[in-house]
Design a protein around this ligand. Sequence first.
Ligand SMILES: O=C(O)CCC(=O)C(=O)O
Ligand SMILES: [Fe+2]
Length: 269
Amino acid sequence: MKEVQQNHTQIVKLKNLSSKELENNRYLFNKNSVVTLKRIVSKKLIDETLNFLEKNEKIIIKNYIGDKRGLVIENIKNKQFIKYFEYPLAINSALFGRFITADLLNKCKELLEDEVYLRSVEIHCRNPGGTSIPMHQDNSYYGLSNGKACTIFIPLNEKNDSLGDLTYIKNKIGNEYSHDSSNESAFSLEINQKYRDILKRQKKIYKINLSDGFVHHSHSVHYADSVPSNSIRTWAVRITLFGLNEHVKAGHQDWYNEIVKKNRKNARL
Ligand SMILES: O=C(O)CCC(=O)C(=O)O
Ligand SMILES: [Fe+2]
């Protein structure tokens, strides 16, 4: 009898704690469009993933070089490096599938306040001497009516807040900026020049540890500078979830196709 009561008390306590944490995360998510999640992957999984990617990079490039959408590479000093790769699940689901836990999906569901589904899993790389990523909001690409979508960005290296790494700007969910076409490699859209300089001042640096990750909303404003050539290479696993009840705005696809035409040789369709 005594034991049962103790257990009961413990469960209530835990529940209170997690709902407080959740409330705080929801508040920060709505305010900044991004939060950090602690210990969402194990160091063992990170190690295995880095090993796999380093061992298999050449094979991935060889097999997917013709697929302009699925693979974006950078040529640096006559060598080819992956910048984005969209099919990690197709080549090793036993490894990359382990990033998509029920716990992670639940946390994102709570943050978005909607049922979610898996939209994509990608590999991203910041290569020494590599190109920048223009300041953008992901929903300018997705064109979702309510923007209910989020991305879990999981750095695979300890160093992930140096010049050239992904940088977040504080922005409230619901606040969308208009975008112009951009010529950056694989990025066809960027926020209007007139807002960019002001926004850069709202830059927020998050200190995260290896095994933590970011969750950013599709209204999050972010960018990355070009990577200095003396940096270390950094890898990330990027998972995108969409709200189950979302739909693409009328006219978005036609508008986007026009933008892509302007940037045909760089863009991923
Ligand atoms: O490749 C990166 O570092 C960031 C790409 C990005 O904009 C995103 O994950 O939404
Ligand atoms: Fe983005």
